[in-house]
Design a protein around this ligand. Structure first.
Ligand SMILES: Cc1cc2nc3c(=O)[nH]c(=O)nc-3n(C[C@H](O)[C@H](O)[C@H](O)COP(=O)(O)OP(=O)(O)OC[C@H]3O[C@@H](n4cnc5c(N)ncnc54)[C@H](O)[C@@H]3O)c2cc1C
Length: 567
């Protein structure tokens, strides 16, 4: 069997894997990163790319006051003792350190989003903005041929032909003159990039998760860090109780790669592994509703478990409503669930939650409604013609009634979208309890006109009002559903990936079922049991923690190297 030797071997080319690669290389190690798919980027490349970093070095320039201690207070207040205190402290202290290090030593570039608030304002240490951060766009030309093997195209054709940053997306939603001019500028730039469009038919200026992935990939290329595509890690090699490498399938042969300083498992979660989901997660479950990339089949978790690793939070996921397009793409519904003149209902025709609350909590409520026997899976986002004319719902752009004719037939035939002239007809088409739905909407409308939601308190927090229509008062998330036709978008209890996995210590080292460290084995990202526990503190908490613990792991492995070299 062919043998190779490096200092640091990484499985997985998402945010965790590539951050671990750049950090280890900067610290002096030789690195090999292997990716099982023919394309790199994982779920990170499908994501918004937002990172959540309390007390980060970019906040003062944006006029935001924050600190490591406040970040820790917020995490502790939210997560409590369900995660080891040392890990929470490690996150609070080292996430800002990671960001500064990576901005200095790689192409990644982040700016605080001053209005993107933490998700729970009742928790001490909460901030109204500035911890969630937006990636700078990136020109794919700078990747040369390597750009061709990056996972792309997720959002293509859903809304706009060009890519937007988080800030641009929010500005465009305002639908005022500024938004119009920005849209025009972005469209013009896209249209004028003729060579790129002729070649790939995609916007060369990538934003969000693709920008993060492209920036990390460029950083790896600058450092000549090899990335083997189509090369799954199959099994860990253990000698004398220490993980000293792994077996990689590469170009038709098995290669034994020895890793002097350790192996970093960064293979994402297990959202596409039906067996693991059924073993650990609440029913009904499966792999159809996840928006994660297909590589998330739990490989790293299984490899770790085989050598005795302890697992944590396997019942949890980064929950989010999703819907599945007729072509099979599953799309997360993060922003379109809380605009005025819409509600979410179960089969009984009842609302079951505050639709504007954080997506993770909404899905927990959806499962609770299902458990009560109310038929909440799937549920329906119901909206009226006024909503339709102003806001997007999932993949559906704002449009007039005449535009309904342009809706592809398979969108209707698949049951993804249902349209009817009256609410009664809509309920009948969907098989929803008609009198209850009419009663739900009548009550909701009466309260919405006053700007209140006595049942669920929608619009009562800063977070609820983030994805809302600020031109609507007194409550920017509330408005009556009264103008036909009426629409229903079918929504599932999906996720952005799972968050359970290998239990690690504060250095990113995997621990075994006796609570001892497994020497030489590290995990980060969704392969590890989330440092955020069963919570979602704010936008970017998943990529923020993936990058932070990959960085911490590299620092630990190579910190040891420098110490032993000096001795
Ligand atoms: C639509 C959407 C939007 C999101 N937006 C955000 C956001 O803005 N901010 C945020 O924090 N989170 C967001 N998330 C969640 C976030 O994208 C993920 O939690 C995060 O990217 C996971 O990173 P990772 O490095 O752990 O795994 P991934 O990015 O999934 O990378 C894992 C890689 O490992 C590879 N792999 C698997 N098995 C093997 C093996 N045996 N050998 C080698 N390679 C292997 C996979 O193919 C994959 O490429 C979003 C998710 C979605 C779907």
């Amino acid at each position: 069997m062919v043998e190779q030797e490096v200092d640091w071997l990484i499985a997985g080319s998402g945010a965790a894997g590539m951050t671990g690669a750049v950090a280890a290389n900067q610290l002096g190690g030789t690195v090999l990163l292997v990716e099982k798919n023919p394309v790199y980027g994982g779920t990170t490349a499908k994501s918004g790319g937002v990172i959540w970093i309390p007390g980060n070095h970019r906040q003062p320039a944006a006029g935001i006051s924050d600190s490591i201690e406040e970040g820790y207070t917020y995490l502790k207040g939210l997560i409590g003792d369900s995660v080891a205190d040392a890990r929470l402290r490690a996150y609070a202290q080292r996430a800002p350190e990671m960001l500064e290090f990576m901005m200095e030593h790689s192409h990644i570039h982040y700016t605080p989003l001053p209005n993107y608030m933490d998700y729970y304002e009742h928790v001490p240490g909460y901030k109204q903005g500035g911890r969630s951060m937006d990636s700078a766009p990136f020109n794919m030309r700078k990747l040369g041929r390597a750009g061709g093997s990056m996972r792309r195209g997720h959002y293509k054709g859903l809304m706009m032909p060009f890519n937007v940053t988080v800030v641009e997306g929010m500005r465009l939603q305002r639908m005022d003159m500024g938004a119009y001019l920005l849209g025009l500028k972005l469209l013009l730039r896209y249209m004028l990039d003729i060579p790129a469009r002729l070649k790939r038919q995609e916007d060369n200026r990538v934003t969000l998760g693709p920008a993060l992935v492209a920036r990390l990939r460029r950083s790896m290329m600058d450092r000549d860090i090899p990335m083997w595509l189509d090369s799954p890690m199959k099994e860990l090699i253990v000698e004398d109780g220490r993980v000293c490498g792994a077996l990689i399938s590469h170009q038709g042969q098995d290669i034994r790669v020895k890793a002097r300083r350790g192996v970093l498992l960064a293979t994402g979660g297990f959202s596409h592994n039906v067996e693991l989901r059924q073993q650990f997660q609440q029913a009904p479950t499966g792999s159809d509703w996840t928006a994660a990339a297909p590589g998330a089949t739990g490989d790293g978790i299984i490899m770790g478990q085989k050598i005795g690793a302890e697992l944590g939070f396997m019942g949890s996921a980064w929950w989010s409503p999703t819907f599945t397009m007729p072509d099979g793409r599953t799309v997360a519904l993060i922003s379109g669930k809380s605009y005025p003149s819409s509600i979410m209902v179960n089969k009984q025709g009842k609302r079951f939650a505050n639709e504007a609350q954080p997506y993770e909590d909404l899905i927990k409520e959806q499962y609770a409604s299902e458990t009560r026997g109310e038929g909440a899976i799937p549920c329906f986002l119901i909206f009226d013609a006024k909503f339709r004319s102003k806001y997007s719902a999932g993949h559906l752009k704002p449009g007039k009634i005449e535009d309904d004719k342009k809706i592809p037939q398979d969108t209707l035939d698949s049951g993804l979208l249902t349209i009817a002239p009256t609410l009664k007809a809509l309920a009948q088409k969907l098989g929803i309890d008609t009198p209850t739905l009419l009663d739900t909407v009548a009550r909701f409308n009466e309260n919405a006109r006053q700007g209140v939601d006595p049942e669920f308190g929608r619009g009562s927090t800063e977070h609820d009002r983030y994805y809302a229509d600020m031109t609507v008062s007194p409550n920017p998330t509330l408005g009556p559903l009264e103008q036909g036709p009426f629409y229903a978008l079918r929504c599932d209890p999906g996720d952005l990936d799972t968050k359970g996995g290998l239990l690690c210590d504060e250095h990113g080292r995997v621990t075994n079922t006796d609570g001892e460290v497994i020497p030489g084995l590290y995990a980060a990202g969704n392969t590890s049991a989330a440092v955020m526990g069963d919570t979602y503190p704010g936008a970017g908490a998943t990529i923020g923690s993936a990058m932070t613990f990959a960085y911490i792991a590299a620092q630990h492995a190579f910190g040891e190297l420098s110490r032993s070299d000096a001795a």
